[in-house]
Ligand binder design. Sequence first.
Ligand code: OSB
Ligand code: MG
Length: 372
Amino acid sequence: MDIIKQIDEAKIFIVNLPLIEPFETSLEVETHKAALLLKLKSGDCSGWGECVSSPDPFYSYETNETAVYIIKNYLLPILKKKQEFSINEVMNEFEMVRGHNMAKATVENALLDLLAKKCALPLYQVVGGKNKEIMSGISVGIKKDPNDLIQSINDAKKKNYHRIKIKIKKGEEITPLRLIRKAFPDIKLMVDANADYSIEDLELLRQLDDYDLMMIEQPLAYNDLYCHSKLQKELSTPICLDESIKNLTDVELAINLGSCEIVNIKQGRVGGILKAKAMQEYCLKKKIAVWSGGMLETGIGRAFNIHLQTLPGFTLPGDTSETSRYFKEDIVEPSIKLSPEGYIKIPEGDGIGVEIIPERLKRFTISSERLV
Ligand code: OSB
Ligand code: MG
């Protein structure tokens, strides 16, 4: 049942979709989503994956170009050699490539979609998820004009998003937080610093404890679990790690060092749904809450994040918002819409449950290459 037969076609696409509004973080301002897509075909079934890398190595060392390089020269050659295989077996062989978990997740995701379609089951049933809907949260970028920030939060509140995250950067965080709490004393609020602070900023970071935040996401450097453990001891607000977590070992280290109380599991950053599931299980055992982040994915990547969140450890609302928060036109149908109570229904079609619209794929593609 979990066996896939030989891959007889593999194709890579780079699509470029304009975002409805620029998305600013402490790292960069994004105006477009340049996504790497992978299509794998076996017999009469196809599966799709989307890489969460960006064109630039700011959030992670992986970029769209390094992912293409790794997929083309290392991962697909492993896959191509096999007549019949299980996804686990392939993922184990991928371990010979160190790191590059975004590239690995892309192939894993496409294989899972393919397998689920072959079994005529929705993806969440293949990975063992239970929930029929998930809580939706939103990530709001840095705004130059405080009125824009208040407006965005008001819009999100009206849509009943289960929590609102705002991006912050060092030295420009207190004013917006004060304004938000004045206008919305009770909303569920958190901040994401994308590693903009250092432990030297302890006194500034202590002030964040005054704003009743659900958590502070990735305050310190991506590679500094030790200083996060020192910081967590000084703050009453939970720290959540994002870019520091690339695999299960990072989770074990972070939890046992006391570097965080919450983990943002982005399946696309940690090598795919199966790796994310193992991390989620570990965190559940350790009573560490997890949620699913996002990378402004197109409807393909977002569908994987939605299916992931049906697993039992995902008790906190994630960053998966409705399509209209990102794109005027996505490359898939149906677009994701929130229920009046701020939930997203799990697609019940086979595989990821969303269809690629060929005309839109063609229109948004800036390059493509057949690899097998
Ligand atoms: O740090 O979580 C992040 C987007 C791009 C890169 C990094 C991050 C984000 C988000 C948006 O916060 C999440 C989403 O809505 O997909
Ligand atoms: Mg983050």
